[in-house]
Design a protein around this ligand. Sequence first.
Ligand code: ADP
Ligand code: ASP
Ligand code: MG
Length: 471
Amino acid sequence: MSLTVMKFGGTSVGSAERIRQAASIVQRHAQQGDQVVVVVSALSKVTDLILSVLNSARLGNGEVMEEGLRQLSERHEQVVSELFQGHTRKAVSADAQATLNHMRDFCAALKLLGSATPQVMDMVLPLGEKMSAHIFAACLNELGAKGTFVDSARIVATDDKFGDAAPDMEATSRQCREILLPLLQQGQIPVVMGYSGATAGGQVTTLGRGGSDYSGTIVGAAMDAHEVWIWTDVDGVLTADPRVCPDAVTLPEVTFAEAIELSYYGAKVIHRKAIWPTMDRGIPVWIKNSFKPEVPGTKIVESLPESPHPVKAVTAVTQASLVTLTTRRDVHFAEIFGRLFLRLGHEHVDVLFSTQSSSENSLGLVLREPDTEQVVRAIQRLFRTELKHGILNPVTVHRDIAVIAVLGSGMKGYCGILGRLFSVVARNNVSVIAVAQGASELNICFAVTNSRVDDVVRAVHQEFLGAEAAN
Ligand code: ADP
Ligand code: ASP
Ligand code: MG
């Protein structure tokens, strides 16, 4: 009997109708004799709302906090009342209300304290998943399947980097087997809260925003599942974000390496760390549309035959910045830059790309905007002496830029891509702020001003992936 882990994103459980549809996808699959473990996100927009409730609580804004709590209650009550009746309705509703009361108590405490550490935030942020997983399990029961709620804190073991935790796969595998296997053997369908886990000491952690995809692949890898299916609101991985390029098309297959690059450079359809656990074990991942379950979707696999089309997709990370560091010319800059990269590693900062020019003794780091302050502070602390004595020039920060990535394993050894790419950018009258081609030749990244990012993505997509280019 094969095991499939199915993860449903926020829009796939965004309303009573969507939850019923998602649960029936699971029930039909289970009926065919397969074992299924479900991983769910919170109802769409619920985590944003919880975050805003938490922020208003710690800033002492009681009215906004109360309004947010009221909306959370109304949203879940609405879904519960549309899905269930009688005793089930009472039980599921009581469950959601208990979670919301817990949230309210927390918020009252935060309001008094006037602050919240990432650890405290992580105790509340996954409560949306707690409610959706309970509702989903009950909905499976209504359909005649045996859904069972599973708290992620009992199975997903992580480190203590609150807000962006990483899994301990050994402990997670042990816990998943101990808790999920007996349920599966009894014919149950475990419904696991996405997005969160817990440290060895039992403190709740979250895996970063959009982290339920990561939960899905962590559980899939821990259970050595046959496949992981990520159900979302688009037909699979597309050649570009369909909100920016309406003519983007679905890619039937991409490799693990391509999927990692795509998600790292902004394709929101997969969390940027989600591919790692399954790639290590060679478990295929499917991205599927829960609105159109009959469409096959995109299969993410270990390797693919060479494609005649060098470029597979265009993605973008908006809100980035370029931090530039220059040293005096008589200094051995590699030692200085080496120390900096070591520090960034310790602080778990991901650099989108970097450029180094030895003639100018300068290093450019292109970072996600939320990481910028942390990096500038780290540079100022680490190189206090060098900055004071002019060995390093003052750090410069260029904000409001975006990084565009052109991706595809077929670009390796293919002539003329860079020429075509930058001709398109120039024709759109946009100047390139920084550029890097990955040594693996899997991607070309470049930075442009944020205000022109969509125009450039559309133009580059048209050049390499538009109807004409595809023929
Ligand atoms: P979920 O709630 O199911 O996790 P997300 O909103 O996180 O869904 O991710 C799906 C969204 O990702 C799509 O609606 C689409 O707008 C966006 N997206 C960005 N880039 C891509 C891409 N290359 N392929 C598919 N979707 C993309
Ligand atoms: N609910 C979480 C978020 O919105 C996790 C997820 O949906 O993947 O970030
Ligand atoms: Mg998502």
